[in-house]
Design a protein around this ligand. Structure first.
Ligand SMILES: C[S@@+](CC[C@H](N)C(=O)[O-])C[C@H]1O[C@@H](n2cnc3c(N)ncnc32)[C@H](O)[C@@H]1O
Length: 192
């Protein structure tokens, strides 16, 4: 989807979710705060949650309408909101303690390129967390994009996982009001 399509989607629908995804919160709650970027931050639910916990957060998304929702939330002044395409946005190599990529869906090669670059932005020991709809969700889960070319899987995340010391690489189940959704998860640290 293009930025204009996301703008329209956000304009039509108020907040999808104000709090962080439960698994993201569980996995990141124990990390010491540092410099983080939330790639494809949307309405900023994770960026705001991280900032509350003392992280210095940059929230990047190409939908200004989505980011505006975040900018209007309490605590928004603690986040650096950047309207940009995540495929071209960059930061100084080795400068980040955390890169979060939640429910961003791009064609397989574009996602692999983005995540490989994301690893390069991490300091040694910095964490990459990727969470998004798994391709198996199409037939065994509920919700999410229906195009198999833009969905995650453990196999598709493996090449990036090989660049990291991996804490978790798995398909995970996420209860929703409509049933169980299947997500793919990668959490790892850039080797020292
Ligand atoms: C499903 S939302 C997820 C938002 C947020 N990460 C969350 O979990 O609440 C996907 C987001 O990806 C953004 N997005 C998609 N492609 C993008 C791109 N190439 N550059 C920047 N943002 C992009 C959309 O604007 C949208 O906000």
């Amino acid at each position: 989807m293009r930025a204009e399509d996301w703008d329209q989607r956000y304009a039509e629908q108020a907040q999808w979710s104000s709090g962080p995804n439960e698994l993201v919160a569980e996995l990141l709650a124990g990390l010491p705060p540092g410099a983080a970027v939330d790639l494809a931050a949307g309405e900023g639910r994770h960026a705001l949650w991280l900032a509350e916990r003392g992280w210095r957060v940059t929230a990047v998304d190409f939908s200004d309408v989505g980011l505006d929702r975040g900018r209007a939330r309490p605590g928004a002044d603690r986040v650096d909101w950047v309207t940009a395409d995540v495929r071209t946005w960059t930061a100084a190599p080795g400068s980040l303690d955390l890169v979060l990529v939640a429910y961003l869906h791009l064609p397989v090669q574009e996602m692999a390129d983005l995540l490989t670059r994301a690893v390069g932005l991490l300091r040694p020991g910095g964490s990459l967390l990727v969470l998004g709809h798994d391709v198996a969700n199409l037939h065994e889960g509920v919700g999410g994009p229906q195009d198999p070319e833009i969905l995650h899987s453990v196999g598709r995340l493996e090449p990036v996982a090989r660049l990291l010391d991996v804490d978790r690489l798995a398909q995970v189940r996420r209860p929703t009001p409509h049933g169980i959704a299947l997500d793919a998860l990668l959490l790892g640290r850039r080797p020292a």
